[in-house]
Design a protein around this ligand. Structure first.
Ligand code: SF4
Length: 199
């Protein structure tokens, strides 16, 4: 796994309890306001096997146990490492939650591969307006939209938090309202709405 950064002792920021955020290298999107843009283009990362990562994460096992926390794999796009995430879950004790942050803009097989291994998914859907999505991310919305529908059909909504950001200069109030409506129609109830801070 190409690990860009490991941030320990995060409290209820990206998952329940105390979590360690692992930033993974690589992303299929090119978001206009990406805060990881520099990191994504410089390819500075540490190659780690799931076993090495599990060992490093276990330094905080007592915090995870005491607070119901665990690890959150972010990016970049965490689901590019679907096989390794599966392996990591098998190596960690059951009580360590494994969460992922994802845009869902990945092949279906990557999503299917982690479904039984991941405790919670934080989905940054951005917008369900295809034209706005494409102009903001540089890629088509199709995979994200299809994967959202797939999670809904599999009745996995309770495993998911869906983030709907207000993206200055890209999403209008009407876009945000329509995206929210569609997400609710698909049965997702845990919605995190917020505004991107553009630096
Ligand atoms: S999905 Fe995240 S990491 Fe990827 S380009 Fe967009 S903001 Fe950057």
């Amino acid at each position: 796994m190409r690990v860009q950064a490991i941030n320990r002792h995060r409290f209820t920021v990206d998952g329940k309890g105390i979590t360690t955020l692992v930033g993974l290298y690589g992303c299929p999107l090119r978001c206009r306001y990406c805060i990881n843009k520099d990191i994504l283009s410089t390819a500075r990362y540490r190659e780690m096997s799931p076993g090495e990562l599990a060992k490093e994460l276990m330094i905080d096992y007592c915090y995870f146990l005491a607070t119901g926390g665990g690890v959150t794999l972010g990016g970049g796009e965490s689901l590019l490492y679907a096989g390794e995430i599966r392996e990591l879950k098998e190596l960690l004790p059951d009580k360590v939650n494994v969460n992922v942050e994802t845009s869902l803009n990945v092949d279906r097989r990557n999503l299917e591969c982690v479904l039984d291994s991941v405790d919670h998914m934080i989905i940054d859907v951005k917008t369900l307006n295809p034209a706005v999505y494409e102009s903001y991310t540089g890629v088509s919305l199709q995979k994200t939209a299809e994967n959202l529908r797939y999670l809904s059909e599999r009745k996995l909504q309770r495993k998911c938090t869906v983030r709907i950001p207000e993206i200055p200069g890209f999403t209008s109030e009407a876009d945000i309202a329509r995206t929210r409506e569609e997400i609710l129609r698909l049965g997702f109830e845990d919605i995190d709405a917020f505004k991107y801070v553009v630096r």
